[in-house]
Design a protein around this ligand. Structure first.
Ligand code: HEC
Length: 183
């Protein structure tokens, strides 16, 4: 009887240890949940600007805050070295390319902070100056290509919709370099 209990306990400890060291442990689960929340937030904002979802200033604020809180240093902290590689989708290449990974996380963080600041004072209805293109018409940057505008313009000066597009570009850039799709 006692041996059965001991064996059961031993099995449980082994199972827990394996779960903790494998890529599907709590760190990975937390960062995947965090990424999903960012995806939902970005989708909400995009849908409000596209007219697929009714615009709501409070929902816009909440979604922009989600993006702000989950990027920058918070995003970096979600990828400690032992958690990289399969079975998670985080590539082992993150480690030797830390500087690039962190620069991307901080870049999207700066954009998300700018968007969150705009959302804080967002009006009750979408105004034209929040829309894509509004900043280019005013800013005199129309002769520059899209990329150089993004690189040289203070994101705070860009319309909210434009900032969202730059954020989505950073999501894709990081995924194409540092995410290994397993499904
Ligand atoms: C600096 C890099 C980086 C940035 C920026 C980034 N991601 Fe990710 N994302 C990853 C990595 C790496 C994974 C794989 C994580 C894993 O499987 O543990 C991932 C996974 C995901 C997943 C899948 C989560 C799951 O359930 O497995 C979604 C959805 C996602 N990201 C959405 C986004 C969105 C939306 C943005 C932008 C708002 C974004 N990500 C920005 C690196 C990034």
């Amino acid at each position: 009887m006692r041996w059965t209990v001991k064996a059961a306990l031993l099995w449980l400890v082994c199972a827990l240890t394996m779960a903790a060291s494998a890529g599907d442990g709590p760190i990975v689960a937390a960062r995947q949940a965090s990424m999903k929340e960012m995806a939902a937030a970005a989708k909400t904002i995009a849908a409000m600007f596209d007219g697929r979802q009714a615009y709501d200033a409070t929902a816009f604020k909440a979604a922009a805050q989600t993006l702000r809180m989950r990027t920058g240093p918070a995003l970096i902290a979600e990828f400690p070295s032992p958690s990289l590689g399969p079975p998670s989708e985080a590539r082992l290449e993150i480690d030797p390319a830390r500087a690039e990974f962190e620069a991307l996380a901080n870049h999207i963080g700066t954009l998300a902070s700018a968007l969150a600041a705009k959302a804080e004072s967002a009006p009750a209805a979408i105004t034209d100056d929040m829309r894509m293109g509004a900043g280019l018409a005013m800013g005199g940057g129309s002769l520059l290509g899209k990329r150089s505008v993004a690189a040289e313009t203070d994101p705070a000066k860009l319309p909210a919709e434009h900032i969202l597009h730059l954020i989505l570009q950073d999501c894709s850039t990081c995924h194409s370099k540092f995410r290994q799709r397993t499904e």
